[in-house]
Design a protein around this ligand. Structure first.
Ligand code: FES
Length: 176
């Protein structure tokens, strides 16, 4: 009889402890996951800086087209989304026949427009002018429009987005 009572007490104690461990794990695992999430995202990020800007087939040959991409910046648990625009032109049907230019003016960073009927780029802030290849032809900008790297992956255009120093004669990439 005494043995039976001892066994029952031992079993109840064991079961209670087991239950507490299970409840503890149920609470602890998501909490630890939440706090480690930013670190995991950082370690697991294999991004090469290229962003999908759309199917190549939707980019007309011979015309400059303004395409946008969305970058996600992560700072701890906070995410901010930033849209950037790039100028894209296909010269022909080939994957290598593409030019991608930053739409940010190298003078003071205003957005550059393509003026179709003048066949030139124009920055409205201070009158910067660039020819159809993005070369500087007038106004205060100290250099040509900045070219961006691209790749064609499975029929889609991917652009390696990059900011550049403004106000200097050389195209100097800036970490983003
Ligand atoms: S910012 Fe473009 S000309 Fe000044």
């Amino acid at each position: 009889m005494a043995d039976e009572k001892t066994d029952r007490r031992w079993f109840l104690g064991f079961f209670t402890n087991l239950l507490m461990v299970v409840i503890g794990l149920l609470v602890a695992i998501p909490a630890v996951g939440y706090f480690l999430a930013p670190l995991r995202r950082k370690l697991g990020r294999t991004g090469d800086g290229f962003y999908d800007v759309g199917p190549l087939s939707e980019i007309p040959v011979g015309e400059w087209l303004l395409l946008s991409l969305e970058m996600v910046h992560e700072d701890g648990w906070r995410q901010t989304r930033v849209r950037h625009s790039v100028w894209v032109r296909r010269r022909g049907q080939g994957d290598q026949d593409i030019t991608v230019l930053s739409s940010i003016c190298p003078h003071l960073g205003c957005p550059i427009n393509w003026i179709v009927d003048q066949s030139q780029f124009f920055c409205p802030c201070h009158g910067g002018i660039f020819d159809t290849e993005g070369r500087h032809t007038g106004g205060p900008p100290p250099r040509a429009m900045d070219p961006l790297e691209y790749e064609v992956r499975a029929g889609r255009l991917w652009v390696r987005y990059q900011d550049f120093k403004i106000g200097v004669a050389q195209s100097v990439p800036v970490n983003i």
